[in-house]
Design a protein around this ligand. Sequence first.
Ligand SMILES: Cc1cn([C@H]2C[C@H](O)[C@@H](COP(=O)(O)OP(=O)(O)O[C@H]3O[C@H](CO)[C@@H](O)[C@H](O)[C@H]3O)O2)c(=O)[nH]c1=O
Length: 352
Amino acid sequence: MKKILITGGAGFIGSHVVRRFVTKYPNYQIFNLDALTYAGNLENIADIDKSSNYTFVKGDIVDADFINDLFQKHQFDGVLHLAAESHVDRSITDPLAFVKTNVIGTMNLLNAAKTIWANNFDGKRFYHISTDEVYGSLGAEGLFSETTPYDPNSPYSASKASSDHFVRAYGETYGLPYVITNCSNNYGPNHFPEKLVPLFIHNIINNKPLPVYGDGKYTRDWLYVIDHAIAIDLVFHEGKNHETYNIGGFNEWQNIDLVKLLCQQMDVKLGRAVGESEKLITYVKDRPGHDLRYAIDASKINKELGWKPSVTFEQGLEKTIDWYLSNEDWLQHVTSGAYQEYYEKQYNGGVM
Ligand SMILES: Cc1cn([C@H]2C[C@H](O)[C@@H](COP(=O)(O)OP(=O)(O)O[C@H]3O[C@H](CO)[C@@H](O)[C@H](O)[C@H]3O)O2)c(=O)[nH]c1=O
């Protein structure tokens, strides 16, 4: 039986990956390591919690001694590393937290893997799940490919770029077997309501303003989170050693158009008059260093591994809205306390 460590498995993307691996691979023993920060929530994976091939471990990847002990104890065969501080706005107010978790945390995992595998890399794999933000910002034209030079702009993307570089460096220097994926914006169930889609769903339900940064003309490439989990499964098992794969939906939306579509779908779901939710749109001051456009060329993963998104954006968005509307308890739990304080501070940043 293979022992697989998944970090960040109580978070948004991680919870979908953990569920997929636990249910699809009964011959794997899955260890889910999560620090349970504000964005991690065991409710996200409550349905698989009792599975015999699943173990939850609470712990922080920043603690090197703890990580070394964990690797020595369990002798993992593979690591899927998703644990990260991931919110760009938070990285602007507290960059060091991002260096700690995303850079030091990744280093601790790399060191621990290198030590236990001790040059015996047969059947071993370190998989770093990363972001397209490492490539910086596109103008109106072009797509990010795997050979696009790194050019990160936010403390968040700088920390992810740094950790990508360390993973590659451990591959080149010590022969560590690795794969890296850089994915575009995800949306779907379990997404903490600080990111655009879940925050706006939450605010529409509660009749709160929808704070659109700047002129709303920023563009992102959106992918349903379960399609990302499927891609991660494929890359972990079939991706080539020492390779990078970009993952994206070929699905670009300007923020304001996405928000309007979301408002329309929410009006229908909530039985509101047409145009009701759009009245909540409020233009607020822009994010500093806001990247204009991300768009992914996902043809490598498509050609080599046969992956492509399984749902359209309209379908994925509807599934997402349905999930939030039938999980209002979840929303209530995660939006109380610390989050609420943060949100109020953020929103009071100023209406334009
Ligand atoms: C939270 C929020 C966001 N926005 C804008 C900023 C962006 O142009 C767009 C999406 O913002 P966010 O949901 O924060 O996501 P973004 O900054 O693109 O980064 C996401 O996508 C990345 C992949 O591209 C991931 O690596 C990040 O972890 C993830 O947070 O919406 C608003 O206009 N208003 C808001 O309140």
